[in-house]
Design a protein around this ligand. Structure first.
Ligand SMILES: [Zn+2]
Length: 139
């Protein structure tokens, strides 16, 4: 069973236009062990309404390093009846790899054995992460 640790959103302003942004940083535990980290950037203003999400999977133990992890970049959008999750290229995310681990190309992500974990977690995010859901579904 996965549990998501919800910290307070961090507000900021967009580097391109100064519009308000919200950053979310979450730790995910599976059976009590660190399992994943994800971050989402939610930009208001003239931008398309989409969550710019990175999900880092791999070894999140304290002794591990970023090279023990890989990062999947995706964009989440709301459709009339559901949500869409699309894997994107590293240059299409505003996140950088840093401690998350290398950001996979879209092809690498699609062929990666952990792809199903990413889609499973994104379903969970779209069911549980209230600030993200509110951003995507606001009129
Ligand atoms: Zn902007």
């Amino acid at each position: 069973m996965d549990s998501i640790e919800f910290a307070d959103p961090v507000t900021g302003s967009c580097q391109c236009c100064g519009s308000p942004t919200i950053q979310l940083a979450r730790f995910v535990h599976r059976n009590g062990e660190p399992f994943a980290v994800y971050r989402a950037l939610l930009a208001h203003g003239p931008h398309e309404r989409r969550a710019d999400l990175v999900i880092s999977l791999g070894d999140w133990a304290e002794t591990a390093s970023p090279s023990d992890r890989v990062t999947f970049a995706c964009h989440l959008t709301a459709a009339p009846d559901n949500f869409n999750v699309g894997l994107v290229e590293p240059h299409q995310t505003s996140w950088s790899s840093g401690e998350l681990g290398r950001i996979l190309s879209r092809d690498e992500a699609l062929q990666h054995p952990w792809k199903q974990e990413v889609f499973g977690l994104s379903d969970r995010i779209l069911a549980c992460d209230k600030p993200l859901i509110a951003y995507l579904t606001a009129p």
